[in-house]
Design a protein around this ligand. Structure first.
Ligand SMILES: *Cc1c(COP(=O)(O)O)cnc(C)c1O
Length: 381
């Protein structure tokens, strides 16, 4: 059976009523027959039927044993870091999501957890960064926003050799294109706010564990710290999952066309697109904040906003938005220069999106350049 069929049919029909959609159990507590005697649920922070259904579907989709749904992607990352202790060290990917960097540096540092940042496409750099205190390798692949792809299988081998936990933030690839647990990772994390939710209408996070024991530890922190996903938001994620494969297929088709258009554009210096997914980044030849800010202010279909993975296209300027909290030197080293622009290519028609970008280039270049390419010429790209 194909993955999309499997996914759709892992969403159960409600046994009690026959409802084909998962019911939203919007309740905080559950009546008990006697103290401790219940129907499997006692309080919705600990467990809720709608959230439990989501967690089951996602565990299957990512080929894990246990999944836990959180109130945000960052809460999901936070739950994984809580597996560590003061004095432990993390080796993290250098062009890490800005919010994860802030969590590591501004929160966990003061609890005695140190993080070193390395280019994970360089396996020898990972080897060199390992110390006796290293406990966790933290990878994002493709990375945000330069979409660098690392070799999960090779990094998993390093993690196994040194007995390190290995977690992969799979937000950008989604389980459609990448299943890190099958490649040797121990934990997968998602900002389900992005492709899994898919409609820019929910903030949510997921952790999926390969090993049931580690999964139970994550569940413990989920309940003990309390950043759980509510029943309605859990329902929204289930609904998003139903169209995940078909959305990703279309995101990829449209983003590929946008990337091809940008590659041929004289004002674009470099294009970053791994060949799948909906995120395309590019560097303007005029690699300055002023030029990038003018461009992101000129698009009409691409709305200026943080986030990605929704049905409507978005444009952002990482240096002044998502990566603002990253130290400028480190930001530059990771390729997040001032003229870098990130697109989240949505489900609009590809030709309309390309035309919108062309209009923005023209609006920005009007004063300085006499370049006049007609829109019809672009339709063939
Ligand atoms: C957005 C994002 C996060 C954080 O998720 P939230 O749902 O915003 O808390 C983590 N990792 C990556 C790669 C992201 O894009």
């Amino acid at each position: 059976m194909q993955a999309t069929t499997q996914l759709l049919h892992s969403i159960p029909v409600d046994a009690q009523t026959g409802a084909i959609a998962v019911p939203i159990y919007q309740t905080s507590t559950f009546v008990q027959e006697a103290p401790g005697v219940n129907k499997g649920f006692d309080y919705s922070r600990t467990n809720n039927p709608t959230r439990q259904e989501l967690e089951k579907i996602v565990a299957k989709l990512e080929k894990g044993s246990v999944a836990a749904a959180f109130s945000s992607g960052l809460a999901a990352i936070d739950a994984v870091i809580k597996l560590l202790e003061s004095g432990d060290e993390i080796i993290a990917v250098n062009d890490i999501y800005g919010g994860a960097f802030r969590l590591f540096e501004k929160v966990y540092k003061k609890f005695g957890i140190r993080v070193s940042y390395v280019d994970m496409t360089d396996l020898s750099a990972i080897h060199r960064a390992i110390t006796l205190k290293t406990k966790l390798i933290w990878l994002e692949t493709p990375t945000n926003p330069t979409l660098k792809v690392a070799d999960i299988r090779a990094i998993a081998a390093i993690a196994r050799r040194y007995k390190l936990l290995f977690a992969v933030d799979n937000t950008f690839a989604s389980p459609v294109y990448q299943q890190p647990l099958l490649l040797g990772a121990d934990l997968v994390v998602h900002s389900a706010t992005k492709f899994i939710g898919g409609h820019s209408d929910v903030i949510a996070g997921l952790v999926i564990a390969k090993d049931p024991e580690i999964g139970q530890q994550i569940k413990f922190y989920q309940n003990a710290c309390g950043a759980v996903l509510g029943p309605f938001d859990s329902f929204l994620l289930i609904r998003g999952l139903e169209t995940l494969h078909i959305r990703l297929k279309q995101h990829t088709e449209t983003a590929s066309r946008v990337a091809a258009y940008l590659k041929n554009h004289p004002e674009v210096g470099e294009v970053f697109y791994p060949g799948f997914g909906g995120v395309v980044s590019f560097r303007l030849k005029k690699d300055s904040s002023a030029a990038a800010l003018r461009f992101v202010g000129a698009t009409k279909l691409f709305h200026l906003a943080e986030s990605l993975g929704g049905v409507k296209s978005l444009v952002s300027h990482p240096a002044s938005m998502t990566h603002k909290t990253v130290d400028p030197e480190q930001r530059k080293a990771a390729g997040v220069t001032d003229g870098l622009i990130r697109l989240s290519v949505g489900l609009e028609d590809a030709t309309d999106l390309v035309n919108d970008l062309e209009d923005a280039f023209q609006a920005v270049g009007e004063k300085s350049s006499s370049r006049k390419k007609t829109k019809t010429a672009l339709l063939s790209i």
